[in-house]
Ligand binder design. Structure first.
Ligand code: GLY
Length: 293
């Protein structure tokens, strides 16, 4: 039975500086506009979340693709995950360098290999085989991030933000979720966070819902936050209630986590919650895009 589509996107949770709010709002709005158009054109949720995340990866505002944080060695290492709620298939890449759209590489891992996660030089070789252009690192680096990285060398409290993600339900009722990130600012070389890990960075199951997370990966992983939110939706909570409950768990004394998530439930409701000062996001409500930070 055809259903009305649903869409929510995020541009990361954290302490987003005031001067970056306009860029964050503009980017998530444009991404939601693109995703909504594709959904109304009848495109599958899986294609929609990939295209939406590609747009956010290309936008230098966010910590994903171009604009990503540098690691402690002064390099950019990217992680991404996409999941299909119809089949429970997923594809992911971690610690890849010098490609612009890791989310599309993750999609190819899902579609063209018998694996779910490729990392480092293996992922790099797969990208080359799939015809991804190898970019010079300068193509992904923006001045803001170089300055942030320099400051982080003597201010260990400096925090980052800007992981991107999308969750959609298409008119056939299929749910998909995608997440992409440059990880945390000044992370150790080889560090991988929640984003490419199924259940942590994202999860999608037509029978329950979909979720995409953002924040400090080491804490989000403790509660496998995206799968936890989907399990809560499976148990009967709506998308908003599940997002709030998942962030309550993240904020608990034992976890002391920092971040947020976006959700879509199997009935098509959208939800979001975060425990950081900001989380840029945009969702479609009654056919209108509503963006906030
Ligand atoms: N949530 C992004 C990261 O921790 O890498």
């Amino acid at each position: 039975m055809p259903t009305f589509p649903s869409l929510i996107v995020h541009g990361g949770a954290g302490n987003i500086p005031k001067e970056e709010h306009a860029g964050h709002l503009n980017g998530v709005r444009l991404a939601a506009e693109l995703g909504w158009k594709l959904l109304l054109d009848g495109r599958p949720a899986l294609d929609v979340v990939e295209q939406v995340v590609r747009l956010l990866e290309d936008d230098p505002t966010y910590d994903a693709g171009r604009g990503s944080h540098l690691n402690s060695a002064g390099h950019i290492e990217l992680d991404a995950l996409i999941m299909d709620g119809a089949t429970l298939n997923s594809g992911a890449v971690a610690a890849v360098q010098c490609i612009g759209n890791p989310i599309s590489l993750a999609r190819l891992v899902m579609d063209k290999t018998r694996h779910s996660l490729l990392v480092g030089i293996g992922a790099q070789a797969f990208a080359e085989k799939m015809g991804f252009p190898r970019l010079a690192e300068e193509n992904l680096l923006v001045g803001r991030e170089l300055e942030r990285w320099k400051a982080a060398q003597h201010d260990l409290s400096s925090d980052g933000h800007g992981t991107v993600g999308a969750v959609a339900r298409d008119s056939a009722g299929n749910i998909a979720a995608a997440t992409s990130t440059g990880g945390t600012l000044n992370k150790l070389s080889g560090r991988v966070g929640d984003s490419p890990l199924i259940g942590s960075g994202a999860y999608a199951d037509n029978l329950s819902g979909g979720a995409s997370a953002t924040g400090v990966g080491e804490s989000l992983m403790k509660i496998v936050i995206s799968k936890t939110a989907c399990d809560l939706m499976h148990a009967g909570l709506n998308a908003q209630e599940a997002a709030e409950k998942a962030v309550e768990l993240l904020s608990s004394e034992r976890v002391k986590g920092s971040g947020g998530l976006i959700t879509v439930d199997s009935r098509g409701n959208t939800g979001f919650a975060y425990n950081t000062p900001c989380m840029s996001r945009a969702q479609v409500k009654d056919g209108q895009i509503v963006a906030s930070v």
